[in-house]
Design a protein. Structure first.
Length: 350
């Protein structure tokens, strides 16, 4: 039997999985002009050789071939390899970067900027819509680093790029029950920061059981919004909820004076005065905007589903009331889903 010949292939320089990182450390650099490959290529060649060897052994009556090891990248959570959960190494704390890509001079004694929950979610959505590529070294046009902690720094309007080891210094620990859109779930692995550390923005509960939520996160290959099991896909017990110290809405269930009156100088998501954004409504939502919505539904004659006065916790009565109002506008299908979008809000409060 001929000895199998292995093609010499080197690990990919742009892959951050555990296998590529290992081979980049132990193998010499590739000669100029040689294409780099993922370590899965090594496995493919090894599997082929092992299969050929097993066939030969079986032909000699030596018994069945031994089972091959598992694939290098077994499925784990959507879009992320299993080899290095959660696959999001990050850069260190750094200043914002200007249009030239160079560090901008940080303002002396910069204070935390005030930001509403609506602003946080809207800012997060700008990266989701742009599908900002994940990078621990590149900086987006707004000056923030394109990794998980840079994404949160951007959404919170921080004066610098923080990292998972420093985000807690600009935030307060809260409980799961206190979580509201714009808060974060943070896991910082102090013993090995590059192994597992990650942070996501909480976008609201997906149902009343509080077992899943909408997460805004920067993760390979680009920023995304995804329904996520609480607290996270892996290392769940290590993710802790935090609230930015500069959020203007204060504690859960309260609103700032600026947000007190619809149509006043409060939120203006999608250009609609007073509209706080869709993230403030739906299963699990508990905030003053839900009460305000319900009160207006009652005022407009669409509050028949309430068995008691509208309250801050979103319920089926709120959804049905909004749905009835939307149908009264002549809308059907997805346009009458019972969740208030900007046009629903504008017409309801006009």
């Amino acid at each position: 039997m001929e000895t199998p010949v292995f093609e010499e292939i080197e690990p990919a320089s742009d892959c951050d999985c555990a296998g590529c990182r290992h081979w980049r450390r132990v193998l010499p650099h590739a000669p100029a002009g040689r294409a780099l490959a993922h370590p899965a290529a090594y496995r493919a060649l090894a599997v082929a050789a092992a299969a050929a060897s097993a066939t030969a052994v079986s032909a000699l009556g030596a018994g069945p071939a031994a089972a091959l090891p598992a694939a290098a990248h077994a499925p784990h959570r959507p879009g992320v390899p299993a080899g290095d959960e959660p696959g999001t190494p990050q850069g260190p704390r750094a200043p914002l970067h200007g249009a030239t890509g160079r560090p901008a001079v940080p303002p002396a004694g910069a204070e935390l900027a005030g930001v509403t929950r609506t602003e946080i979610i809207d800012r997060a959505r700008t990266w989701v819509d742009a599908k900002v590529p994940y990078s621990m070294t590149a900086y987006w046009s707004d000056g923030y680093r394109q990794d998980c902690s840079g994404f949160v720094s951007m959404a919170w309007k921080l004066p610098a790029n923080e990292w998972t080891g420093s985000l807690a210094t600009v935030a307060d620990r809260i409980t799961k029950e206190e979580l509201q859109p714009g808060d974060i779930l943070l896991f910082h692995n102090a013993s090995d920061p590059q192994e597992g550390s990650h942070v996501v923005i909480f976008g609201g509960w997906t149902d009343g059981t509080h077992t899943a939520y909408t997460a805004y996160e920067q993760t390979p290959p680009h920023t995304r919004k995804l329904d996520t099991p609480y607290a996270y896909w892996s290392n769940s017990a290590k993710y802790l909820p935090y609230r930015y110290k500069g959020v203007t809405a204060g504690k859960a269930g309260t609103a700032s004076a600026e947000e007190a009156v619809p149509g006043a100088a409060g939120p203006a998501s999608h250009g609609v005065a007073g509209y706080p954004g869709r993230a403030m409504f739906g299963p699990g939502a508990d905030n003053p905007y839900v009460t305000r919505l319900g009160s207006q539904l009652v005022k407009k004659g669409f509050g028949t589903h309430y068995t008691k006065g509208p309250g801050p916790r979103w319920g089926e009565a709120d959804r049905r009331g909004v749905r009835d109002f939307q149908r009264a506008q002549g809308w059907r299908g997805g346009a009458a889903d019972g969740l208030p979008g900007p046009e629903t809000w504008r017409r309801l409060f006009s």
